[in-house]
Design a protein around this ligand. Structure first.
Ligand SMILES: [Fe+2]
Length: 382
């Protein structure tokens, strides 16, 4: 038996932010960050709440890669004035922090008089898909913990392309490649189903059609809307199918060397595809055939399974290069000495990451070490 969960209600497209007018709440806890305050997006949200006569309390101290102290501080603020709705406005870090704050407070402060608040997620980057997933990534020292619980699934997601048009090119590239990685990993996951396949395939197509346009010309609102939708669609796929070892390796790399999440995935993605597909061996396993099917759906050359896998790897490499992304971990500024010093620690973290069990090919520590070394030097599989 398999299952597929559909949630939340999604408002998308031009002026989607106005859907906040339908929010049925008296007291709202707004979780955001200083960038949203600076760019005036927080003010837009607060103005909409004020017009409806809704009280609000703002927690705007979430930094990139939120850690446990950010969660504890957020819990104190939320606990002091318990809301009937939580609005998370920001990138994946903000939405993940809001999830962890809600989840932790609910489970540590048992109070029968309290209802679970309505949870509204408004993403301001097109990447994590956190607005539709039950995942939250929290940093603990140099390790990233992946929390997974249906409690954290938002009730409402608002995808307004106006909120992403000023995202700078490098973040557009990093987050957009994260979308691609979510879709690819969900597509070959051990838990992939007909339902998640359709979502993953569509998200991959949207990324290859629109990510470069977003990177080249950030105010292209149509391209921005398509990538915002792609991020959400890929999120729907992976919250049901889960992910694989690209994410496991990227979580550890990001935790240890502070490589941005999407960029870490990008540095590892093609090496993981080659490994999963046994590209340098027979390249004829069921996983290779899945990658080849995806390549075919993208109209890439695919006369044989090997050619399909090769085409997919090349297409990813080309997209990376077009957006001037680093080709290797070494190019990202990590020294070889530091890399070798922390390699075993990263391998061990990746091995116990919650995304590893759903990778389509079984892995051992030695495999993960080889993948890290390939990504460090930027070995080409093309
Ligand atoms: Fe991701």
């Amino acid at each position: 038996m398999s299952e597929f969960l559909i949630k939340p209600k999604v408002y998308f497209g031009t002026d989607a932010l106005q859907s906040l007018n339908t929010l049925n709440a008296r007291r709202v806890f707004v979780v955001t960050d200083q960038a949203m305050v600076k760019f005036g997006f927080a003010e837009q949200v607060l103005n909409l709440l004020e017009k409806k006569g809704i009280e609000y309390q703002v927690y705007a101290d979430v930094a990139s890669d939120p850690d446990i102290s950010a969660i504890v501080n957020g819990m104190k603020v939320m606990d002091s004035h318990y809301p009937d709705a939580v609005v998370a406005l920001g990138g994946g870090s903000v939405i993940d922090a809001a999830k962890a704050v809600m989840f932790s407070l609910w489970h540590t402060r048992k109070d029968p008089s309290r209802q679970k608040p309505c949870f509204v997620a408004i993403p301001t980057t097109s990447g994590t898909g956190s607005e539709v997933t039950s995942f939250s990534v929290i940093k603990a020292k140099s390790e990233k913990w992946v929390l997974v619980d249906e409690f954290m699934l938002p009730d409402i997601a608002i995808l307004d392309p106006a909120l992403v048009k000023s995202v700078p090119p490098s973040i557009t590239a990093d987050t957009g490649m994260d979308v691609l990685c979510h879709a690819l990993e969900a597509y070959v996951s051990r838990q992939a189903t007909d339902f998640t396949d359709g979502l993953a395939e569509k998200a991959v197509k949207l990324v290859f059609s629109h990510l470069y346009d977003c990177w080249r010309k950030g105010d292209n609102l149509l391209a921005r809307e398509k990538m915002h939708n792609a991020s959400c669609i890929a999120g729907m796929a992976f919250t049901n199918a889960s992910l694989g070892i690209t994410h496991s390796l990227a979580h550890a790399l990001g935790g240890v060397f502070r490589v941005p999440h999407g960029r870490a995935n990008t540095l590892l993605m093609t090496h993981v595809i080659a490994f999963n597909a046994d590209f340098h061996g027979n390249c004829d396993n069921a996983i290779a055939k899945r990658y080849a099917a995806l390549a075919k759906s993208l109209d890439l050359p695919c006369n044989t399974t090997r050619e399909g896998v090769h085409s997919l790897i090349v297409a990813i490499d080309v997209l990376k290069e077009e957006m001037a992304m680093p080709a290797s971990i070494a190019d990202s500024g990590v020294s070889e000495t530091d890399f070798n010093l922390r390699l075993t620690e990263m391998v061990n973290q990746a091995l116990r990451d919650s995304c590893t069990p759903t990778n389509p090919r079984h892995v051992r520590a030695h495999d993960l070490e080889t993948l890290y070394r390939q990504a460090f030097s930027g070995v080409s599989h093309a």
